[in-house]
Design a protein around this ligand. Structure first.
Ligand SMILES: [Mg+2]
Length: 323
């Protein structure tokens, strides 16, 4: 059983309330309160020590990233950040650790305009759960189920940087030292594409953030939309650092590792021109990597022909944890 099978078997059921516009199965749920002029986007994520971050991770980075992964889900819905709740389990009240954690948390909260409005604090194995709330105009949210044959597939930024950081730190990759800081920063302090997500409203037909790897996350769009896709891997936006590692690692870290927190989205041909009018902030670029097709499944091609990654993406309860 993987995490998605677990959710489907035990927790997926029809919503009973009319206020639930969108329930389980997207980057965030959507709630429309009676009389409200905005729809509420709600998402939650848990980071567990030893699973999502190493025990020696600086607490600043733990706080920053715990919030960043939630903000990235709001970004994928096109939502504007409003507020968040923090549930923190810590083995003891270590002031130094807590101060660093707080600083990392509020650095990002201030940067994207989120207020901390509540939560819970308990003693236990170190784990951080954040629930983030955002707002979006009624009917405007970017969802996973809107991709149609003929739409183009895009990604923001560059893929595989966090994977290189992970491999570097694990001693599984040698990389020129001038690239070390950038790949480790991409792993530890991802910048969620919150401005781009909002700008893509009315342009993108579907969107998701890349947390489990492009292959897995685009796969969610394909499944929800009932379509397939063909990607040309030679179009993947790869950094100079990635180019330096490519001969050793190939395409897989860029498509099947995750932790990128870039956006993957689809755009109908008639709206492609509007995409050029968006100025990403900070600059990251939008890259056309392939097309949505009728049918099902994802076909990857490189210069040689059809390409099959060794591993399709990170999935809890299914394979070893990526420590
Ligand atoms: Mg997501």
């Amino acid at each position: 059983m993987d995490e998605f099978g677990l959710i489907e078997e035990f927790f997926t059921r029809p919503a009973r309330r009319a206020e639930v516009v969108l329930g389980i199965g997207d980057d965030a749920a959507l709630l429309a309160l009676a009389g409200a002029t905005s729809t509420l986007a709600v998402t939650t994520d848990t980071l567990v020590e030893g699973v999502h971050f190493r025990p020696s991770a600086p607490s600043f980075d733990v706080g920053y990233k715990a919030l960043a992964v939630n903000v990235s889900d709001l970004a994928a819905m096109g939502a504007r950040p409003l507020a968040f709740l923090l549930s923190l389990a810590v083995p003891m009240a270590d002031r130094t650790w807590l101060a660093g954690f707080r600083d990392g948390l509020f650095t990002l909260a201030d940067a994207v305009g989120l207020d901390l409005i509540g939560g819970d604090t308990v003693r236990g194995p170190l784990a951080v759960t954040i629930t983030a709330l955002g707002s979006v105009a009624p009917g405007a949210a970017l969802r996973r189920d809107g991709a149609r044959p003929g739409d183009r597939v895009y990604v923001s930024g560059q893929l595989g940087e966090a994977a290189l950081g992970f491999l570097l730190r694990a001693g599984r990759l040698s990389l020129p030292s001038r690239f070390h800081e950038s790949v480790l920063t991409r792993l530890d302090r991802p910048w969620p594409r919150i401005h781009e997500g909002q700008a893509l409203i009315g342009i993108a037909s579907a969107a998701i953030d890349i947390s489990d790897g492009l292959v897995a996350d685009l796969g969610h769009i394909l499944k929800a939309s009932g379509v397939g896709a063909e990607l040309d891997l030679r179009r993947l936006p790869l950094s100079e650092a990635y180019d330096a590692a490519f001969a050793t690692v190939g395409y897989d870290p860029a498509i099947a590792f995750g932790d990128d927190y870039e956006l993957c989205f689809t755009v109908p041909p008639e709206r492609v021109q509007a995409l050029a009018g968006i100025a990403p902030h900070p600059p990251c670029g939008f890259h056309y990597i392939g097309d949505i097709v009728a049918g099902a499944g994802l076909t990857l091609r490189d210069g040689q022909g059809v390409y099959t990654p060794a591993q399709a993406g990170y999935n809890h309860f299914d394979g070893p944890a990526p420590l």
